[in-house]
Design a protein around this ligand. Structure first.
Ligand SMILES: [Zn+2]
Length: 241
């Protein structure tokens, strides 16, 4: 019977003397090295994630939202989360750009789902790509601010927002009509040209969102629309195109 000091019960093999002071089995060593590198990778990914998230301009009240803490009341809620995940998985797997529209009244969790998707993309190791959040209103204002400030350039702002790989345009149709609508249309259109994915959330009905767009923008947006999620607490409908 081997001495317990020089026999590894776990791997049923003899230990070896390391550095003339410690008896240890080879498999135990490689296991602990593997664990250490896994832990290191997890910490690295966690840090990268928090850096990316803090650069994505997610507002404070949405910062902690993700697809895991979306309140599931029934089967329909489950379907929303599944669809949101599938949307992101399609972008990653097919290496393509896809749009998503999330509509419904205030307070049903549209922005929560959108921000959740943005975070879910990191679970899929979509780290190389840039993601960002903006309200439609805020985005239009950012462009308009360049008109009266000689230090700012409209084209720079447009370029910034048309080159982000995945952009949430939150609350489309709220405080963004007239000139602002023209800007938002321009951004959606150019994002399509650049093959970038856009998530739009809105209190408007799906058909009103499409009416908000000029025909040129609308047809481009629709050509790469993955799905149209309509969230309504009373009357929930889920359509897949
Ligand atoms: Zn061992």
């Amino acid at each position: 019977m081997p001495n317990e000091l020089d026999y590894c019960e776990k791997h049923e093999c003899n230990k070896e003397l390391f550095f003339k002071c410690k008896w240890i089995c080879n498999t135990c060593i490689s296991e602990s090295l593997k664990n250490a590198s896994k832990q290191h990778e997890e910490i690295f990914l966690k840090n990268l994630l928090s850096r990316k998230i803090s650069n994505a301009h997610i507002p404070l009240d949405l910062k902690n939202k993700d697809l895991n803490n979306f309140l599931i009341n029934d089967e329909e809620d489950e379907k929303i989360v599944d669809l949101a995940k599938r949307y992101m998985e399609q972008i990653v797997e097919k290496k393509t750009h896809l749009n998503l529209m999330i509509t419904g009244p205030t307070g049903v969790g549209k922005s929560h789902i959108a921000v959740g998707i943005l975070k879910y993309c990191y679970e899929l190791k979509y780290f190389r790509n840039s993601v960002s959040y903006s309200t439609s209103f805020g985005l239009a204002n950012k462009v308009i601010a360049t008109w009266s400030n000689p230090d700012l350039n409209e084209e720079d702002v447009l370029k910034e927002y048309t080159e982000i790989d995945l952009l949430i345009i939150d609350d489309l149709g709220y405080g963004d009509i007239g000139k602002k609508a023209e800007i938002i249309n321009k951004i959606i259109y150019r994002r399509h040209e650049n093959q970038k994915s856009t998530i739009i959330t809105s209190n408007l009905k799906a058909n009103q969102v499409l009416e908000y767009m000029d025909s040129r923008t609308c047809s481009r947006f629709l050509s790469h629309l993955y799905s149209d999620i309509q969230i309504d607490t009373e009357d929930f409908r889920l359509k897949r195109m």
